[in-house]
Design a binder for this molecule. Structure first.
Ligand code: SAM
Length: 289
């Protein structure tokens, strides 16, 4: 379920490496999705973005970039929700993550080549993050697939679209709890649970880790958040893990690995693995017995 009826579409035409950098930058700062069409990239911004501010920010950014920036063209348009949804329909492709997690939208047919072993995760793109196309979501899903076993309890901290909680349930984890401070994300996650017939397996709660009962402990805890959100809650993450439990900490970039692993160690979390894609990382940590 989406909250607003329109979206701001930014169309960029730029030399290709620069275009990718600009669209990544916008995705890191609140853009909801992007797709490429020939030499243009369309970036969808939520309705809270003010077109005049976006325009002036981009102008200032391009001035700072100096040479090469004069080749960059951009346009901003308001687009109705139904157009946005049809853009997703045309350009959002099913994605196979890890060995058998197949993320797709409700309108996608099961792709050729999919096998009975694949676990479909159906995601209706809404206003929440988590369509399976971002490297940090993919790394977290891969780490989850490697470590989840039937019957393990799982916590998805910052559930967004619910994608990780749904994957945990499909891998047999139980119980599964999804938390998010954003009620709109919880609404989108609830819709996705329904699409995956996982309502009975995942409990969704609006709130952060402090919404948990003090004695709640999990075998696996997924946190695709950012450095500045993770750092102050590493002690809570350790507290809510069973001995030997696994935490997957993502939404981080390579340069943040050392700081996070040394902070984690203060709370008894030992770094066991680090998955990498582009500049993104997911740290797999185990709570010492
Ligand atoms: N889990 C999804 C995925 O992996 O694609 C979505 C991750 S998205 C990067 C982060 C989500 O965490 C957002 O939906 C945001 O609202 C939520 N969030 C941010 N800070 C939080 C906090 N302190 N506690 C719980 N949720 C939080």
């Amino acid at each position: 379920m989406v909250r607003e009826q329109r979206w701001l579409r930014l169309t960029l035409r730029a030399p290709s490496p620069l275009m990718e950098t600009l669209s990544d930058l916008l995705l890191e700062h609140g853009a909801l999705g992007s797709w490429q069409e020939g030499s243009a990239v369309h970036v969808y911004l939520p309705p809270e973005f003010n077109p005049l501010e976006v325009h002036s920010c981009l102008r200032r950014l391009l001035q700072c970039l100096g040479s090469g920036a004069e080749e960059i063209e951009f346009e901003l348009h308001w687009e109705e929700e139904r157009d946005w949804q049809s853009a997703w329909k045309a350009h959002f492709r099913p994605v196979l993550v890890g060995r058998r997690l197949l993320v797709r939208a409700p309108w996608h047919e099961v792709p050729k080549g999919a096998t009975d072993r694949d676990l479909p995760i159906v995601i209706q793109p809404g206003q929440a993050f988590g369509t399976g196309t971002h490297p940090s979501t993919q790394l977290t899903l891969e780490a989850l697939e490697q470590h989840a076993r039937p019957g393990m309890s799982a916590l998805d901290l910052g559930t967004g679209s619910g994608i990780l909680a749904i994957a945990a349930a499909k891998l047999g984890c139980a119980p599964v709890i999804g938390l998010d401070i954003d009620p709109v994300a919880i609404e989108n996650a609830r819709e996705n649970l329904r699409l995956n017939r996982a309502e009975g397996q995942v409990r969704l709660v609006v709130g952060s880790i402090d919404a948990l009962a003090s004695g709640a402990r999990f075998d696996i805890l997924l946190a695709n958040l950012q450095r500045q959100i993770l750092l102050p809650i590493l002690d809570d993450i350790a507290t809510h893990l069973n001995a030997n439990g696994v935490a997957v900490l993502a939404g981080l970039i390579e340069t943040e690995e050392e700081e996070i692993t040394s902070e984690m160690a203060r709370f008894g979390l030992r770094s066991e693995d680090c998955l990498r894609r582009e500049e993104w990382i997911a740290i797999v940590a185990r709570r010492r017995v």
